[in-house]
Design a protein around this ligand. Structure first.
Ligand SMILES: *Cc1c(COP(=O)(O)O)cnc(C)c1O
Length: 391
């Protein structure tokens, strides 16, 4: 069992616990797919610190394992597993857990492909999916004795609603119902869902953990007993994160806290600029004191930071919104978030595709909505870019 030894940034730098005969401090990239049997008649090989045999690259890899030790510490979990994308992590969790007749409660606003995979799996596996308003009250109300799993994102995408995990912990028996929290947007810098009774935490490591828009990856963190079961599923389904990618994520994680702080500070400044702008209808960012989610975010988040992603509505039509997008220079028109580059997307044409049309209207995902993911550029250049594109 892995335990956090230090505060977040210290674990992010040193938590790989790598040691070798050369005293190298940085974990090497172990490209070898094969490892020699100690006893080939018995099929016995070297064991990693997880207690699993190091035999073959689809099962275990020492570099990937080093990243998993770091992530487990950051999430205050007993162990973690790394996958070759966030969706590989999420779909492996769903296939491991859901059985015919299982009911899953999920907010109507979650990552589009998560909704998509559930939509495809539900009729094939006989799973019942209940989509509810993204609030702790609505989730708690939908949970009953038939509910096997609650899957949620603590901060939703793209409208940045914050779900009160402390309310859920009080109103749902989280020993009976498996709570899976996608912590991609909040990261362990703001929140460790395990502290609120989540059994599993999942991430797209492609976003803040990797942080440089140069690697796709995913992680799952939780109790060792569950990680041991999921390890078998990862081996069967083949979704292990490869060593070079694990190295890149591990390198990214070292600067997670400083990047997240700068991106959050810049995002707040951008949100404040937009909130005052005459061509902006409204801004969705829990860091604004007038946001309806400001108080719950302040209560839940471990630091007075609110993340690097914000959304806003342009005063005007879809065509006006397209004109604004075309004029951006510093900010790139790309999906994704949490990386070094600032990026803008139109959720109706990208991320929100699998959110049902009537749900989109209720949630506030309209044709004039723009999602901004703030990068590490100078914030003055980002604000000036927005000002010229809005003019
Ligand atoms: C991107 C994302 C995912 C999917 O991760 P991939 O690495 O793209 O597979 C899942 N959840 C959230 C919240 C995301 O932003």
């Amino acid at each position: 069992m892995i335990q956090a030894l230090a505060r977040l940034s210290t674990d992010a730098v040193h938590g790989h616990d790598h040691a070798d005969a050369y005293g190298s401090h940085i974990p090497p990239i172990y490209l070898s797919v094969i490892y020699e049997y100690i006893d080939y008649e018995q099929g016995l090989a070297v064991f990693t610190d997880r207690g699993k045999m190091l035999r073959y690259g689809r099962e275990e890899n020492p570099t990937t394992r080093a990243l998993e030790r770091v992530v487990a510490k950051l999430e205050n979990s007993e162990d973690a597993l790394a996958f070759n994308s966030g969706m590989a992590a999420i779909s492996t969790v769903l296939l491991w857990y859901l059985k015919p007749g299982s009911k899953i409660v999920i907010p109507m606003e979650v990552y589009s492909t998560t909704l998509h995979v559930l939509t495809v799996l539900a009729p094939r596996l006989g799973i019942r999916v209940e989509k509810v308003w993204p609030s702790a009250e609505a989730i708690a109300e939908a949970v009953n004795s038939e509910t096997a799993m609650v899957f949620l994102e603590v901060m939703t995408n793209p409208t940045n609603k914050v779900i009160d995990l402390s309310y859920l912990a009080k109103h749902i028996d989280l020993e009976k119902v498996t709570l899976v929290a996608d912590n991609t947007f909040t990261t362990p810098v703001l929140l460790k869902p395990i502290k609120y009774g989540a059994k599993l935490v999942v991430h797209s490591a492609t976003k803040y953990l990797g942080g440089h828009n140069d690697v796709v990856g995913g992680v799952v963190a939780g109790r060792k007993s569950i990680m041991d079961e999921l390890w078998e599923w990862r081996r069967m389904l083949g979704g292990i994160l490869q060593p070079f990618e694990a190295y890149l994520v591990m390198r990214g994680v070292k600067t997670l806290e400083v990047r997240f702080e700068k991106q959050s500070t810049s995002a707040k400044a951008v949100a404040e600029f937009l909130a005052e702008h005459p061509r902006v209808e409204d801004v969705m960012y829990p860091g604004l004191s007038k946001s309806p989610y400001h108080d719950v975010a302040k209560k839940l988040f471990e630091k007075p930071l609110f993340g690097g992603v914000l959304s806003f509505r342009i005063r005007g039509s879809y065509e006006d919104t397209l004109r604004f997008m075309k004029k951006l220079k510093v900010i790139k028109r790309c999906p994704s978030l949490g990386g070094t580059e600032s990026m803008a997307v139109l959720p109706v044409k990208a991320g929100a595709m699998f959110i049902e049309p009537e749900h989109r209207v209720k949630l506030g995902i309209t044709e004039n909505l723009v999602r901004l993911a703030i990068g590490l550029e100078d914030v003055n250049d980002i604000v000036e870019d927005l000002a010229q594109a809005l003019s």
